[in-house]
Design a binder for this molecule. Structure first.
Ligand code: HEC
Ligand code: HEC
Ligand code: HEC
Ligand code: HEC
Length: 281
């Protein structure tokens, strides 16, 4: 389910529903909610939502997640209900409740939604080493080189993948895992995306980065104006000192000297999946 508003359709595929008794009211409440946003029952914006039934993980979460117990990488929701559906001009949690996997690459996997600088191969290896999940054969050559998976979806994905990824680039958890000083030169390409929704999300994400709150850009302006604004934002990034320690520069389309490989980024955006996508909201 790639669209918001189809939560029940999605949940019907979950083991918790097929072999269990999960219901919307396991986590949401019509009246006794904690705050009006999402109408979640008290405590349900956390691993508690899952531990209420999967109590065998209680007290041994890190053993299962391979992240420190207090890491965002240990929150059940982040791996099993990642933000991969799109609606209301943002991405929302998938209600399918499944596990990170590379079996269906048209949906970004939970690991690469946080580890924005890592390749699919990296995820493949960890899923195998940590969980014994059989290695997935990567279909095309671009899937197996060291391009970060998130960068591939962001630039070359279809419209939903681009929007979902642009949304992920704003996530604090993802930036804790991946650093946040290399993303701007990639995001600027989406400021001239043919989909206004993608441009809207990219703009919002760029504004969430330090120093870029007040950039002069309007996602509804004509293309020439948008491109000029994108150039300006790119220039601002180029003129700042970025700390890129620990980042595999090639994977995120930076040159060895830390400058942006804009030609390759542009090429990937031009080669994007152009299948038309309409969201009836
Ligand atoms: C109302 C109880 C309930 C809740 C809430 C619940 N589950 Fe489940 N879940 C089950 C039952 C029952 C099963 C089937 C038996 C089993 O595999 O343990 C299941 C199965 C699963 C499976 C195995 C799926 C498969 O196809 O083999 C996963 C993964 C899972 N749950 C994760 C979660 C996560 C993560 C959450 C929180 C987002 C969650 N569950 C919330 C009851 C629940
Ligand atoms: C295992 C817990 C769980 C269950 C069961 C569950 N949800 Fe959710 N739901 C959540 C969480 C957590 C969020 C908050 C998402 C976020 O953090 O962005 C949410 C958010 C939502 C949203 C708001 C999306 C948005 O961001 O605008 C809708 C709508 C929704 N759920 C509908 C449903 C429906 C309908 C069902 C039953 C078919 C259901 N949920 C079952 C945990 C659950
Ligand atoms: C870092 C990612 C990650 C996090 C966080 C995570 N899981 Fe998982 N989980 C996985 C993966 C990957 C699998 C699939 C393993 C497999 O296929 O053998 C899995 C499988 C499962 C299963 C099905 C296998 C089983 O033991 O029945 C359940 C249930 C489950 N997780 C529950 C949880 C709960 C509850 C939490 C929070 C305490 C959680 N997970 C947090 C990655 C994660
Ligand atoms: C919600 C965000 C999030 C998700 C989802 C997530 N991680 Fe992480 N991960 C982090 C953060 C943040 C760190 C940094 C250290 C810490 O807080 O645990 C980290 C650290 C790591 C590390 C050690 C440091 C490194 O970069 O080599 C590995 C390996 C890792 N994660 C692999 C995975 C894999 C594999 C998955 C999917 C099964 C996954 N993570 C899912 C956020 C996440």
């Amino acid at each position: 389910m790639r669209l918001a508003g189809r939560e029940f359709t999605a949940m019907q595929d979950a083991g918790c529903y097929v072999n269990g008794t999960i219901a919307c009211t396991s986590c949401h409440s019509m009246h006794a909610y904690e705050d009006t946003a999402d109408q979640l029952s008290p405590g349900m914006r956390s691993s508690r939502a899952c531990l209420q039934c999967h109590s065998k993980y209680e007290g041994r979460i890190a053993e299962h997640t391979h992240h420190g117990a207090s890491s965002p990488g240990s929150d059940c929701l982040n791996c099993h209900m990642p933000h991969t559906s799109f609606g209301l001009l943002k991405s929302i949690r998938s209600h399918r409740i499944d596990s990170p996997s590379l079996a269906a690459l048209d949906r970004p996997n939970a690991c690469n939604l946080c580890h924005l600088d890592k390749s699919l191969d990296w995820t493949n290896d960890h899923l195998y080493n940590w969980y014994g999940i059989a290695l997935t054969e990567m279909a095309s050559e671009t899937d197996t080189d060291d391009l970060a998976a998130a960068v591939g979806y962001l630039l070359s994905g279809d419209a939903v993948q681009r929007a979902v990824m642009a949304n992920a680039f704003a996530s604090e958890d993802a930036r804790a895992a991946s650093g946040d000083e290399w993303q701007i030169p990639l995001l600027v390409h989406l400021l001239d995306d043919p989909y206004s929704a993608v441009r809207f999300v990219a703009e919002k994400t760029i504004r969430s980065y330090d120093g870029f709150q007040d950039v002069d850009y309007d996602f509804l302006a004509p293309s020439t104006t948008r491109r000029a604004a994108a150039d300006q934002i790119f220039l601002q990034w180029s003129n700042q000192q970025s700390s890129l320690d620990g980042i595999n520069l090639r994977s995120v389309l930076l040159n060895a000297d830390g400058t942006a490989n804009s030609e390759q980024a542009k090429r990937l955006h031009e080669q994007r999946d152009r299948r038309p996508i309409e969201l009836p909201e």
